[in-house]
Design a binder for this molecule. Structure first.
Ligand SMILES: [Fe+2]
Ligand SMILES: [Fe+2]
Length: 475
């Protein structure tokens, strides 16, 4: 079950050839996917062959397959983790019942919506990142970008498989629509706002893969608990791919910081102006990018109180992060959770039914996890002997969803007036000048082993290859 059949047109470990109708439907979606990739995938890369990993099985060892391939020949396919015999639903109103292999009719609309919303983020991020290859700071980084792009393409396949197999005609229509929406396009945008923002430069890319791919991790973890077993199994495998994306983000930001600190020590200055003249990104600018990506990403978890969140949980569609490790009753009726709101111009906590606050629960778990990496970045700064600390902003800072939308809060959590916000926002969020400066550093460096001036080389290469390996071969 776990080994992948690559002899078929669509590589898979789901015995696709046994279901001719489904196989034909997916084979007819496949050329549309390739057309989308040609249109919206990484720009100007058709002939490059890239040192990519390809899954040969869903076992941990199955990742050991690396080789140079042209991206459009990447073997996108359908890989589910093996099923657990007699898996039981372990939360919500169906607790203790047998997990479903098919979609119960009454939950069909909600499940489809969950799968489509997740599926839509995958091609969206490829679209957001499609110009970055032109300004890669090294061949190593270029390869990592492309690895992420092909895997987001595969995540789209994962969701499209579920739509085709389990949702009939509606599912096929949704699968087509996933190739029609476009990130940032006015008349047919991607579903979630963060996926319509641009990823204009590599600092944004590293912040995005650290923060926003981590949102992906938390959503996938919650879906990996689902009573709908095919969704649980496919998201478990997607999570193994996601780990690399977050690694690229965390190590990328870390290398930017390392290089900045090195130049700060060489020039014995913390003056942003001098550092910019030396061609590195000053730490306050990195902090502003962090503030932006953190706040935009935590909006993705949705409104702090949501009856949909309650329904998704109670009906068994979407669990909590690490549901299985929690020791409460996994039904949550009558329990409460504290969410933040505003009253009399102050942030106040209030208790709400926990079921309605499950978006907030997932957001809080996310925040804990994402702060870990910020602390690891601070170690790089500490090690260089520089008295500066990066900090994740307050949860209420720069929010656009839920009860915190529409109020102005500083990164340290003070409610501020519109006047103070206007006076200070350029200290808190990237300014057009910051973005123009970062953009000015983006030049293409793709000679093996060479790195742009604003970023340190990685500690090691990919798959134990040297850092100066030819990760991308241009035709
Ligand atoms: Fe993804
Ligand atoms: Fe990802």
């Amino acid at each position: 079950m776990s080994s992948i059949n690559y002899s078929e047109k669509i590589p898979n470990n789901v015995n696709l050839s046994e279901d001719r109708t489904l196989q034909r439907a997916l084979e007819s979606w496949q050329p549309d996917f390739i057309n989308w990739w040609d249109d919206m995938g990484p720009e100007g890369t058709t002939d490059a062959s890239v040192y990519l990993r390809t899954a040969v099985s869903v076992d941990p060892q199955g990742w050991a397959q690396f080789g140079h391939v042209k991206m459009r020949d990447y073997r996108w396919g359908i890989f589910l983790n093996p099923g657990e015999a007699d898996r039981k639903i372990h939360f919500g109103d169906h607790l203790g019942e047998k997990a479903w292999n098919d979609v119960p009719g009454e939950y069909r609309a909600n499940l489809r919506r969950i799968i489509v919303t997740q599926g839509d983020t995958e091609p969206a991020s490829v679209e957001q990142q499609r110009h970055l290859g032109l300004t890669a700071p090294s061949m190593y980084d270029l390869r990592n970008l492309f690895q992420i792009n092909v895997e987001e393409g595969r995540h789209l396949w994962a969701m499209v498989y579920l739509l085709h197999k389990h949702f009939g005609r509606d599912g096929r229509e949704e699968a087509d629509a996933l190739l029609q929406r476009r990130s940032g396009q006015e008349d047919n945008p991607r579903i979630l706002q963060a996926f319509n923002e641009q990823t204009p430069d590599w600092l944004s890319f590293f912040m995005f893969t650290y923060f926003t791919d981590r949102d992906g991790k938390f959503q996938l973890c919650a879906l990996a608990e689902s009573a709908f077993d095919p969704l649980a199994r496919t998201t478990k495998f997607m999570l193994t791919e996601e780990a690399h994306h977050m690694f690229v983000g965390e190590s990328g930001v870390s290398r930017v910081i390392q290089r900045t600190c090195q130049v700060m020590n060489e020039l014995k200055t913390d003056d942003p102006k001098k550092l910019r003249e030396a061609g590195v990104i000053d730490l306050p600018t990195i902090q502003r990018y962090l503030n932006f990506h953190f706040s935009v990403t935590i909006d993705l978890f949705g409104a702090d109180e949501s009856s949909n969140a309650a329904t998704f949980y109670s009906t068994g569609l979407k669990g909590r992060y690490e549901e299985g490790k929690r020791t409460d009753d996994h039904v949550l009726k009558g329990q409460t959770y504290r969410v933040l709101g505003v009253s009399g111009g102050q942030l106040v906590e209030r208790e709400v039914p926990m079921l309605n606050a499950l978006n907030e629960v997932l957001r809080d778990d996310y925040i804990k996890d994402s702060i870990g990496g910020v602390e690891r970045w601070n170690k790089v700064i500490d090690k260089a002997g520089i008295p500066f600390r990066l900090k994740a902003p307050h949860k209420a800072f720069h929010r656009n969803i839920g009860s915190l939308a529409g109020i102005k809060v500083s990164p340290d959590g003070r409610v501020v007036t519109d006047a103070e916000w206007a006076a200070r926002v350029s200290d808190w969020l990237p300014t057009p000048t910051d973005r123009a400066f970062v953009a000015s550093l983006m030049g293409r460096v793709v000679e093996p082993g060479k790195f742009a001036n604003w970023i340190a080389p990685p500690v090691m290469g990919i798959n134990r290859q040297p850092v100066n390996f030819d990760y991308v071969r241009f035709a």
